[in-house]
Design a protein around this ligand. Structure first.
Ligand code: BGC
Length: 394
């Protein structure tokens, strides 16, 4: 009896160690998570090897994603290989092929082009390696899991924010890269809200374009063009992310109409929240990255180990309803900067208000929040931990 208890204790301890080290245990038949691939690596012992294929590090948020995925993988003892394709589809495909050849157990892919990346899923599945679609949906494929934020809802939030404050007027709509499913979902969400106002002719859409590769200079060109065509008669710019908002704001400032024109954004990147604090950008959508990064890594481990995953949402990718985990976004403007981004430690207050004279900083709550933020560990890596928070690449 005592021997049996000892044995059970030993087994329990061994299991705990294996969980802590995210080791691959013997395959559990039929317990597969997303329903797609099994795993080539599940039969061998050792840490799970994750390949993380990223499109870009251009926007600050992607640097945060990389850092937080690295942190989570380290925390749970997985081996991580990160490759960045810098916006090149053939490079992304090759990098994934290489990671598969090296024997990763699972791939996390933030695709540059959601259609082209379907071939990555196919190649991975041939080797029984499951694939997680990260932030952007991989279309027309049997991808195993999609982790992201509620993107269509973000578009609705941008549209609603604008329409509540500018119920009538001339609008510019600036979408993101047309190769990115997120850009299309955002536009869909924006139009869910704006279309009735457009139909009533309360809102006139002066320009409705997509900025190639989410480029700020594309957004600048689109805005300049609309300003010229209307003699600067623009009341709102629904920009799909902070990068494109920045481009639009440069054009508005050159035409000396900034501050009078509502500008939306997305990402809560540092330069954008600084503009919000200064009154140069109206709002952004704040998407905490840590829950996204953690769920990608944690579920990568589960998929590699053929353990069940909990994915409450389904998103159709043209081929299947992909099991999905979608995080909540939040609209942020100057009124709730303190209670969101700063409170969460996403950016430190000193940085957010850096360009605002100190006497104009939010008062009592500000100093409380600043001391709270410095007193406790930050749940989100802040950009001060990035070596280059603004990449020079475009
Ligand atoms: C992401 C945004 C990002 C954009 C440009 C989108 O897919 O969801 O956060 O700003 O790509 O990289």
């Amino acid at each position: 009896m005592r021997d049996l208890r000892k044995f059970l204790l030993f087994v329990a301890a061994a299991c705990a160690l294996s969980v802590a080290g995210a080791c691959v245990s013997a395959p559990e038949q039929g317990a597969g998570g997303g329903g797609g691939a099994g795993t080539g690596g599940a039969s061998k012992v050792g840490p799970v090897r994750i390949g993380f294929s990223m499109d870009t590090l251009k926007e600050e948020r992607w640097q945060r994603d990389k850092l937080l995925v690295e942190q989570r993988a380290k925390e749970i003892g997985a081996v991580l290989d990160v490759q960045v394709a810098n916006g090149d589809d053939s490079v992304q495909t090759k990098q994934c092929d290489n990671m598969l050849t090296k024997g990763v157990d699972v791939l996390i892919v933030a695709p540059h082009n959601g259609e082209i990346a379907a071939s990555i899923v196919e190649a991975a599945h041939k080797q029984n390696v499951p694939v997680i679609s990260y932030d952007r949906l991989i279309k027309n494929s049997d991808v195993d899991l999609y982790v992201s934020h509620q993107v269509e809802k973000m578009g609705e939030m941008q549209g609603k924010y604008a329409l509540d404050r500018v119920p009538k007027g001339n609008y510019i709509l600036i979408g993101g890269a047309p190769t990115d499913n997120n850009a299309l979902l955002l536009r869909k969400g924006q139009m869910n809200i704006l279309k009735p106002a457009v139909d009533r002719r309360d809102v006139k859409v002066i320009s409705d374009q997509f900025a190639k590769e989410w480029k700020a200079d594309e957004a600048l060109r689109i805005t300049e063009d609309a300003l010229t065509r209307t003699g600067n008669d623009i009341q709102a710019v629904v920009a799909s992310n902070d990068g494109t908002a920045g481009g639009a704001i440069s054009a508005l400032e050159a035409a000396k109409v900034n501050g009078k024109v509502l500008v939306t954004g997305q990402d809560a990147q540092l330069d954008a929240v600084q503009r919000i604090a200064e009154g140069r950008q109206t709002m952004t959508i704040y998407k905490p990255i840590k829950p996204l990064a953690d769920s990608a890594v944690d579920n990568a481990i589960k998929l590699a180990r053929k353990e069940p995953i909990t994915a409450p949402d389904r998103v159709n990718n043209g081929k299947i309803d992909v099991p999905s985990i979608l995080q909540e976004p939040q609209a942020v403007d100057k009124d709730n900067l303190m209670s969101t981004i700063i409170k969460d430690g996403y950016h430190p207050m000193e940085k957010v208000y850096e360009k605002v004279p100190r006497e104009q900083w939010p008062k009592a709550t500000a100093s409380r929040a600043a001391s709270r933020a410095s007193a406790r560990p930050r749940p989100q890596a802040s950009p001060s931990s990035f070596r280059n928070s603004r990449s020079s690449k475009t």
